[in-house]
Design a protein around this ligand. Structure first.
Ligand code: ACO
Length: 330
């Protein structure tokens, strides 16, 4: 009989070596300071790639997740990577590079592009594929290196992002446990609120636009903030309803780490205490698709998640995209 229950049986993360503190921006001549960044966002520092790449971080996180799950790498037959910052602009996908890095023989491997909502989508896609009965264990990875797509002269964006990767192993679990439901959506009408306008097929990079700041992240921060706050309650409520639950059932919140004020808002709406919400934005900044799996890895390593806990993830990002997963912890 086919199993319909798949849950997180292991996790791992990988962070670049170079730490970059808020005050370090001033040393680069940027008109900003620790007080502004920390009070508006909750960020104190982030890690920035020097030698590392999205695929190298994803591979390291995946390897740690496999170890943590206590399975053999050959037991993985599906790799889904959420990223918008692959090593190569078109192909190959990061998932294929992870397969090579881990040296696994036979897998299905592909990437998903949904910006900061990417991991939430990838978890749902992998879980639904596994319900076909064709896969035993999946690696679901969120990996991004947005520091490479920031204009380092633009204080309104560069201070927000950090690099990193997080991975989970999704495997068969006891009936009634694991990923119970997801709610994922998009509002492409607002695609221009967070965009890298140049460098894709609409306007490829050429010798005339190499210095154009539009090849870097352009963001209407206020619009994204309003969008997220307006959508977050309905987003979580609908995800919980699909799982046959209500917000009173939630025991732990693992939010995308974009802004501490937005995390506080979600926490308040769910009526959770500080101990029931995982926050690490102060240390990593916004690592896009990596932020939720990094937080899951840290919460698991600190034994914060107990069997039977109802864990909700929630995130939003470029697209615009938004999503939530409801997980009954194993
Ligand atoms: N240091 C100092 N001052 C700054 C900085 C900085 N780093 N950045 C902006 N300012 C200034 C602005 O120039 C502005 O000055 P002015 O009033 O003289 O014009 C002032 O600070 C206020 O700027 P706002 O943009 O209004 O600041 P706000 O309170 O809205 O905070 C922020 C900005 C932190 C970006 C907030 O809007 C936010 O978090 N938005 C959501 C962003 C987000 O979550 N993106 C996620 C997408 S991730 C993905 O999918 C890739």
């Amino acid at each position: 009989m086919k199993n319909n229950y798949f849950g997180i049986i292991g996790s791992g993360s990988a962070i670049p070596k170079k730490k970059f503190k808020n005050d370090d921006f001033q040393a680069l001549g940027l008109d900003t300071n620790d007080e502004w960044i920390a009070s508006r966002t909750g960020i104190r520092q982030r890690y920035i790639c020097e030698g590392e790449t999205t695929a190298s971080l994803a591979t390291e996180a995946a390897s740690n997740a496999i170890k943590n799950a206590g399975i053999d790498k050959e037991d993985i037959d599906l790799i889904v990577v959420a990223t918008t910052t692959p090593d190569y602009p078109l192909f190959p996908s990061t998932a294929c590079l992870v397969q090579k890095g881990l040296d696994i023989e036979k897998v299905t491997a592909f990437d998903i592009s949904a910006a900061c909502t990417g991991f939430i989508c990838a978890l749902d896609v992998a879980s639904n594929m596994m319900k076909s009965g064709l896969y035993k264990n999946a690696l679901v990875i969120g990996a991004d290196t947005l520091s490479k797509y920031c204009d380092w002269n633009d204080r309104s964006t560069v201070v927000l992002f950090g690099d990193g990767a997080g991975a989970v192993v999704l495997g068969p679990v006891e009936e009634g446990y694991g990923l119970l439901a997801s709610n994922i959506g998009a509002k492409g009408q607002d695609h221009d609120k967070l965009i890298v306008p140049i460098g894709g097929s609409k306007e490829a990079l050429n010798k005339d636009n190499l210095d154009n700041p539009l090849r870097y992240i352009q963001m209407d921060g206020k619009a994204i903030y309003k969008f997220a706050v307006n959508i977050i309650v309905q987003l979580m409520d609908e995800a919980l309803e699909r799982a046959g639950l209500t917000k009173e059932d939630v025991t732990f919140l693992i939010p995308h780490q974009a802004n501490k004020r937005m995390i506080d808002y979600a926490q308040e709406k769910l009526g959770l205490s500080d101990e029931q919400v995982y926050v690490n934005i102060d240390r990593y900044g916004n690592t896009s698709s990596a932020s939720i799996p990094i937080a899951i890895t840290e919460a698991m390593s600190k034994n914060l998640l107990k069997k039977g806990d109802i864990v909700i993830t929630v995130g939003f990002g470029a697209g615009l995209t938004f999503g939530a997963n409801v997980i009954k912890w194993i």
